[in-house]
Design a protein around this ligand. Structure first.
Ligand code: PMP
Length: 360
């Protein structure tokens, strides 16, 4: 069986060249006469690899020197709690801008840890548009403003970084990081689960402005403290060594492919190809306002729900994987992260046109 065109929302497609490299060095890695999974995280080979991965990520995102980069565990979900634990006092207001289901979850998890205020919420339009910045109810005294630049389930993405004044801006970039260049200096903290554009699941990358580490309460258990993880270069305890290694290979791959400027061109074209197919079909539909349509996650519906199962069966038979939409919204969703090629998107579009012709 050959590899399919993989549109999974996460864990998601990885570049085939990276998988082949990992396969080639699976048994003996980096002159250590053992697998990367079998060596100490405190050994010099692993530490050198980890430092190089961080350096490559810093180069790709042009991360300023006054930011720490952490490779942690617990996923983005753990960050929903760890961020208020570290950066807000229990009696302090924190502002959340909600444009989808992950933002809702972040609000719920922070609820017992700080005074959560929902500054804007697009639930009223079923998360199909971003509430205008002028309508956000922000407080300059808040500990931070949290938002989700790309909502993975409903495919709603910000293409500008909101101006929130001097309050640190915190972004859950799980499903958009590395898809195009961003100005890291505009953020207090960025976090992203690895399993979309970074590598396999099991790592969450946290990029945090150094001055914010002073807020981390000394009373926090060390394992939850950003300051402790930063002081120990993310080696406070045994990290996800294989995940870190594979993320390092992805960063090298991204650099070799031309970096994030090249990803931006590719991702724009892939998204345009797919949305054009949907809009021109008179058959498929995507409800998101055009200016907020995600480049990474493209949900779409068919005209009759009874066609869903048939679409999934036939697409799978055609080698197009993981197109079932999230259970909260139904329909279909094609996730087209960095490792999904234009060729895969073209194959999907060809299938969609043919399906619409036959079933329309
Ligand atoms: N935030 C966003 C935007 C996500 O897409 C996801 C996972 N799909 C999460 C958070 C949760 O990530 P994890 O499963 O790594 O905790």
């Amino acid at each position: 069986m050959s590899r399919g065109h993989n549109f999974s929302a996460g864990p998601a497609a990885l570049p085939e060249t990276v998988l082949r490299q990992a396969q080639a060095e699976l048994l003996e890695w980096g002159g250590s006469a053992a697998s990367v999974m079998e060596v100490s995280h405190r050994g010099k080979e692993f530490m050198a690899m980890a430092a190089q991965a961080e350096a490559d990520l810093r180069e790709l995102l042009a991360i300023p020197a006054n930011y720490k980069v952490l490779f942690l565990q617990g996923g983005a979900t753990q960050q929903f709690a760890q961020i208020p634990m570290n950066l807000a006092r229990p009696d302090q207001r924190v502002d959340y801008v909600v444009t989808g289901d992950w933002g809702e979850k972040a609000v719920r998890e922070a609820g017992s840890l700080a005074q959560v205020h929902v500054a804007a919420n697009s639930a009223g339009n079923r998360h199909t548009a971003i509430p205008p910045r002028a309508e956000w109810d922000l407080d300059p005294a808040s500990a931070y403003v949290h938002y989700t630049p790309n909502e993975t389930i409903r495919g709603v993405e910000f293409f500008d970084i909101p101006d929130v004044g001097d309050v640190p801006l915190i972004a859950d970039m799980s499903s958009t990081i590395l898809s195009r260049p961003i100005d890291v200096s505009r953020f207090g903290l960025i976090y992203a689960g690895a399993q979309k554009n970074i590598g396999p699941s099991g790592i969450v990358v946290v990029i945090v402005r150094e001055d914010l580490l002073q807020r981390c309460p000394k009373s926090l258990p060390k394992i939850f403290s950003f300051a402790e993880h930063a002081a120990q270069d993310s080696l406070l305890n045994t990290p996800n060594t294989f995940g870190w290694y594979l993320a390092g290979l992805i960063f090298k791959w991204l650099k070799a492919e031309g970096g994030l400027a090249a990803m931006e061109l590719r991702n724009r074209r892939k998204a345009e190809t797919l949305y054009a197919c949907i809009d021109e079909s008179g058959f498929y539909a995507n409800p998101v306002e055009k200016s907020a349509r995600s480049w990474m996650n493209v949900p779409f519906t068919l005209p009759r729900p009874e066609l869903d199962e048939l679409f999934l069966q036939e697409s799978k038979a055609a080698g197009l994987l993981a197109l079932k939409g999230h259970k909260l919204v139904g329909g279909m969703r094609a996730s087209i992260y960095n490792a999904v090629t234009q060729q895969s998107v073209d194959a999907l579009v060809e299938f969609m046109r043919d399906f619409a012709r036959r079933r329309g």
